[in-house]
Ligand binder design. Structure first.
Ligand SMILES: Nc1ncnc2c1ncn2[C@@H]1O[C@H](COP(=O)(O)OP(=O)(O)OP(=O)(O)O)[C@@H](O)[C@H]1O
Ligand SMILES: [Mg+2]
Length: 275
């Protein structure tokens, strides 16, 4: 079967300098000939240092920003030229979870509306029918149903990320880009949120792109990993392969930050996940 997502030759640059007349004279390339696939039910990890271009890849794949060049194919359809009904269907099937739920959720929206809004936008579902679905989603992510009329400021970071996950799940997607979804959370609750993502994947056959700078964490979540360095994919493999036999100097640096191969220092979340 063809992969759910296939990306080839993806390229994106941003203006870096302008002349006196506002004309762009220099551009910084932040995605440079990026190629990868994500299979159905698979997690592709994207690791790399800050500024490597990880989030920019996620945003291009979801068509939140436009690439300069390259192809993005989702379930056989060309994402870059989708219109109308096809684009709406893509917007339903492909979701994103951001690093910081405090800024990704609208502070003026109740939880009822935060989780229910996509149902109204896509299917015109409102009222009691919508509430039933919202409660189901909230309970699935471990939140209580009596919290519907609260606002984001009344929740902790971990609870907010669960709410963001409920919102992302509302439309029953096939694919979610998780952009450092636990990096802003207390270490003690990171593993809970990661386990929730893993459970949801096996229940629903979800495909994920999981973006992180932490190779030891990605190892527990991702079936395959791409390593990004300065806008390029420099290496692809299973996390195990990358640990055992890193090829690119940057991957070697990532791995050697984790000293002894047997007693590798892991993030607290990775250790908790392993337990
Ligand atoms: N809208 C923009 N305009 C100009 N430059 C941008 C824009 N968005 C991103 N960049 C630049 O593109 C590069 C890659 O950014 P990106 O956010 O994708 O990196 P990242 O790998 O996600 O980093 P981090 O780990 O810090 O989240 C950075 O140098 C960033 O400054
Ligand atoms: Mg980022």
């Amino acid at each position: 079967m063809s992969p759910l997502l296939e990306v080839t030759g993806l390229r994106k640059s941003f203006p870096a300098a302008r002349n006196l007349f506002g004309r762009v004279t220099e551009r910084t390339v932040v995605s440079d000939d990026v190629n990868f696939t994500v299979g159905r039910g698979e997690t592709l990890g994207i690791v790399g240092e800050s500024g490597a271009g990880k989030s920019t890849i996620g945003r291009q794949v979801l068509r939140l920003i436009e690439p300069d060049a390259g192809t993005i194919t989702f379930d056989g359809d060309d994402v870059r030229t989708m219109k109308g009904k096809d684009l709406l269907s893509f917007r339903r099937r492909a979701q994103m979870i951001f690093q910081d739920p405090f800024s990704s959720l609208d502070p003026h929206m109740t939880i009822r509306n935060t989780v229910g809004e996509p149902l109204t936008i896509h299917f015109g579902i409102k009222g009691a029918e919508r509430d039933t679905h919202v409660v189901e989603m909230l309970e699935r992510v471990g939140m209580r149903a009596d919290q519907l009329d609260k606002y984001p400021r009344e929740f902790s970071g971990g609870q907010l990320q669960r709410i963001a996950i409920a919102r992302a799940l509302t439309l029953d997607p096939d694919f979610i880009v998780c952009d450092e979804p636990v990096a802003a959370l207390d270490v003690s609750i990171q593993a809970q949120v990661l386990n929730l993502l893993l459970d949801l994947q096996s229940e629903r056959g979800l495909s994920y792109i999981f973006i992180s700078h932490d190779l030891s964490l990605v190892r527990f979540l991702a079936h395959r990993v791409v390593v990004m360095y300065r806008g390029q994919v420099v290496e692809t493999g299973t996390a195990e392969e990358l640990f055992e036999n890193p090829q690119h100097p940057y991957t070697k640096t990532l791995v050697s930050a984790v000293p002894d191969p047997r007693a590798r220092r892991r993030s607290a979340a990775a250790t908790a996940l392993e337990a």
